[in-house]
Design a binder for this molecule. Structure first.
Ligand code: PCA
Length: 325
């Protein structure tokens, strides 16, 4: 409620200011399909800013990687090719292990735990981004990650040699540790990849499988709830420092609303999209006890590897998360 009041106050303030400043248009690249809940949240955020700033800043979203491909979005914003955009945070794990805090198998497996883990990691991530000329505006988790396969799989041994679509370092590592063959493909391109046999499996949310209609190629979804990775919206820090205080207040309030709405949507979308996969003809359910046990062992290996790579700061994040439990 307080946030809502802030937003209304900020909006009123802007509307009351007399001299209309030069209108700016901010193109906002996003990597996922327009129908995806992150994209819907981004579109509402854009509208909120455009309305709230009285049109002084008009944000126009470009979903589906249409302006910049997912892997190029952060660099585009850092270098000022676009002022603002959204990207998968763990997509930057190859630059710094800390960015992968939310893709550690079985560390935080529910929305509540994911929120606590984010709380623990946020200051480190904000600092890392700030060093790269980026200001964090908001972040929203994906639903829990499960495993998609073309054929039934009951153990890690059954995964041997399967071509596995990965979306960050952790998912490639998971493929290696399960004897699969990782191939990195953006979500916007997976329908094609599965249809042509470039990949026959992936780890992702019900949301991405639903958005990309993967039932046209894959038959099984195992609800492993391995982790909940996060998307975040960043703005170029030079652009941000040029924004008036009144408009900064509007943007921050819109970002708070977007984060709240995005979290709510992610939860609602979880059951809805799993039902969508079923309606598409997929078998959706838990993995066998054996498979869960084996995956958890791999999770321990990956946790240790991450702690080693992320050093003291990584350990501090995991410790803070564990003590919030
Ligand atoms: N969807 C994104 C990242 C995590 C998710 O659920 C993807 O598959 O690329």
């Amino acid at each position: 409620m307080k946030k809502m009041t802030n937003l209304l106050a900020a909006t009123a303030l802007t509307a009351a200011s007399v001299a209309p400043a030069l209108a700016e248009k901010w193109d906002m690249p996003m990597a996922y399909s327009a129908s995806n809940f992150h994209s819907a949240t981004g579109a509402e955020f854009a509208k909120c800013v455009t309305t709230g700033t009285g049109g002084e800043i008009e944000i126009v979203t470009h979903p589906s990687g249409s302006l910049f491909k997912g892997a190029d979005i952060k660099r585009a914003i850092q270098t000022g090719q676009a002022p603002i955009g959204e990207r998968l945070l763990s997509g930057h794990q190859n630059e710094n292990a800390l960015f992968g805090f939310d893709s550690i198998p079985f560390l935080a497996t529910s929305f509540d735990d994911s929120a606590k883990l984010w709380e623990a990691a946020k200051p480190s991530i904000e600092n890392l981004l700030a060093e790269q000329n980026l200001t964090l505006l908001y972040a929203v988790p994906w639903p829990p990650q499960g495993l998609y396969f073309k054929d039934e799989v009951n153990s890690v041994a059954d995964m041997e040699g399967i071509k596995f679509r990965s979306y960050n370092n952790a998912t490639s590592r998971l493929a290696e540790l399960t004897g699969m063959l990782p191939v990195t493909i953006e979500a916007a391109e997976i329908s094609q990849a599965f249809a042509t046999g470039v990949a026959d499996a992936m780890v992702s949310s019900g949301s991405t499988g639903y958005d990309r209609k993967v039932w046209e190629s894959l038959d099984y979804f195992y609800e492993v709830d391995a982790w909940l990775p996060r998307n975040y919206v960043m703005v170029n820090s030079d652009v941000w420092s040029g924004v008036s205080d009144a408009n900064k207040n509007v943007i921050k309030a819109c970002a708070d609303l977007a984060e709240y709405a995005g979290n709510w949507r992610a939860k609602e979308y979880t059951g809805f999209t799993l039902q969508g996969l079923r309606d598409g003809g997929m078998t959706v359910g838990p993995a066998s006890d054996q498979m869960v046990g084996e995956l958890k062992e791999i999770g321990v290996t990956m946790t240790n590897e991450w702690l080693e790579a992320a050093g003291d700061e990584g350990k501090a994040i995991v410790d803070a998360f564990n003590s919030s439990q």
